[in-house]
Ligand binder design. Structure first.
Ligand code: HEC
Ligand SMILES: [Cu+2]
Length: 313
């Protein structure tokens, strides 16, 4: 009866799905069985005990203990079985293994944002490794949303002011669809995301170089993104005003006085060094407070910052 399952359910793509599907199909078969079984009993009873003559009086039967016990105890056993089966699946879906990769999911009208352990962020595209457990820690910035992945058989509400969690192990390479399953306003039906189930190699590339979108972004735009998202903007302005750190406006090609008393030409290598070893040269008039971004920025992002600074004339 596999055709029925593939007709009713999308192709399963996570370990957890088989547990859900087994129980789901069991309930379907049970329902179909009792539909015909009860229907047959009705026809049988209506025929067997039909009124046969005008003056017929029905016998005075109050109850039948044996029958009543049968139709109470058997269904009780069946629903208890369904309960424990479902409960077991619920618990295994709720408790993530300790070695799961943790990804923070932020829902807001009307996008899904994903943040990886190394600080990488993506919008509406979640990358996960194949055959490895992944745990999502989810919260909302505005209203209630719901993270729903039909092919993983997973759905969990995403709430403001509280964290909810789900976990899964994706078993099929490729792309899976995420829906928002809680009506959250006019963009609700556009609140879609994709889960890219990557091979180990693809996942490594993603973590090293960013997703497709970032890899194809022009360097200058990537630099601006880094400036805005990685905290540079809190200390550096791009319009010439002095902040905690020097403004980036027009600095490329200038010679900056360091506290070591020497002049330093602001070129590609100088910028790169400033990002990776900020204390190597401290610009005169500023405190050595810039943290190192070693390991936090990718090679291409550093190139992006350089191009972005060049563009600030
Ligand atoms: C906590 C504040 C702070 C943050 C955040 C910060 N910087 Fe800095 N940055 C400074 C200060 C202060 C200086 C000047 C002193 C020095 O050279 O260490 C500086 C200097 C620099 C210089 C040399 C500028 C010049 O005029 O010579 C570059 C390039 C630079 N930062 C890049 C970055 C980038 C890229 C980021 C973000 C990824 C960043 N900084 C984040 C405080 C910060
Ligand atoms: Cu939503």
């Amino acid at each position: 009866m596999n055709w029925l399952q593939s007709f009713l359910l999308p192709k399963a793509a996570a370990t957890h799905a088989s547990e859900v599907d087994g129980l789901f199909m069991f309930i379907i078969y049970l329902t179909v069985f009792f539909f015909f079984f009860n229907g047959a009993l009705i026809f049988y009873a209506a025929h067997r005990w039909r009124r046969r003559s005008a003056g017929e009086v029905t016998p005075h039967t109050t109850h039948n203990t044996k029958l009543e016990l049968i139709w109470s105890i058997i269904p009780l056993m069946v629903v208890m079985m369904i309960f424990f089966w479902g409960f077991k699946g619920y618990i295994s879906a709720a408790v993530a293994p300790n070695d799961a990769t943790e990804i923070v999911v932020t829902a807001k009208k009307w996008v899904w944002q994903f943040e990886y352990p190394d600080g990488t962020r993506t919008l509406n595209d979640l990358h996960v490794p194949l055959n490895k457990p992944v745990k999502l820690i989810m919260h909302s910035e505005d209203v209630i949303h719901s993270f729903f992945v039909p092919t993983f058989r997973l759905k969990r509400d995403v709430l403001p002011g509280r964290y909810t969690e789900i976990w899964f192990t994706a078993t099929e390479p490729g792309v899976q669809q995420v829906f928002c399953a809680e009506y959250c306003g006019k963009g609700h039906s556009d609140m879609l995301a994709k889960i890219h189930v990557d091979t180990d190699e693809q996942y490594e590339t993603f973590l090293r170089e960013g997703d497709e979108q970032v890899r194809q972004m022009p360097l200058k735009d990537l630099g601006r993104l880094v400036y805005e998202n990685k905290g540079c903007a809190t200390c550096h302005s791009v319009d010439g005003t002095r902040g905690q750190g020097p403004s980036w406006k027009g600095i490329f090609g200038q010679v900056h006085q360091g506290t070591d008393g020497k002049g330093h030409l602001v070129d590609e290598n100088y910028i790169r060094e400033s990002i990776l070893y900020p204390q190597a040269v401290v610009v005169q008039g500023f405190e050595p407070i810039m943290p190192t971004f070693q390991g936090l920025l990718r090679e291409r992002e550093i190139l992006g910052v350089i191009e972005y600074i060049k563009s600030l004339k």
